[in-house]
Write a new protein. Structure first.
Length: 180
């Protein structure tokens, strides 16, 4: 055999060996499904959907606080929230999202990493993490909302100041001020 043929065969061998290693690292569907099960991903998704509904309800309640007819405003809010919550549940249902998670985990983790994660989540510490993570997330969301409330007020104030400044500038130039 000539050198060119030997090099070609060597390159092909290395390429196919590399492909075998890459394929061995790609997690199996069964292992990803097991990881999703032991991490209770479906349950967490459903809990998060409930939290979204609670957040929507709070936002509506804050906006309805100064309503001239609170009962009518609440009735409208209840209808809107029910509709939006249904859409969220539909669009983010496990049936629609499971394939996304499988693809995401398969593209992100190797088989040894998936195996290690399964071992962790099957351990006592992993079970504790899975049980307590919804509480951590809920408290985190509440703390974040508390921190954002003053920032939102500052943002509203800054916007109002900018609008007022624009009105003053236009009035000084003799132009009609924009309505808000």
């Amino acid at each position: 055999m000539n050198r060119y043929a030997i090099r070609l065969i060597s390159c092909l061998f290395l390429f196919t060996a590399g492909m075998g290693i890459a394929q061995a690292q790609t997690p199996t569907r069964a292992s990803v499904d097991k990881l999703l099960a032991v991490t209770e991903t479906r349950k967490l998704m459903e809990q998060n959907q409930g939290q979204v509904e609670v957040m929507m309800r709070r936002a509506f309640e804050q906006n309805m606080a100064n309503s001239p007819d609170p009962a009518a405003a609440k009735a409208v809010a209840d209808k809107v929230i029910a509709k939006l919550a249904g859409q969220v549940r539909n669009e983010l249902s496990w049936e629609k999202m499971e394939g996304f998670y499988v693809q995401l985990y398969t593209e992100t983790f190797t088989q040894p990493e998936i195996d290690g994660l399964i071992r962790f989540y099957e351990s006592e510490a992993g079970h504790a993490f899975t049980r307590k993570m919804p509480i951590v997330m809920q408290k985190s969301m509440m703390m974040t909302q508390e921190r954002l409330a003053p920032l939102m007020q500052q943002l509203k104030t800054a916007i109002q100041e900018a609008v007022n400044e624009q009105r003053r500038a236009q009035q000084q130039q003799g132009k009609p001020a924009p309505s808000r």
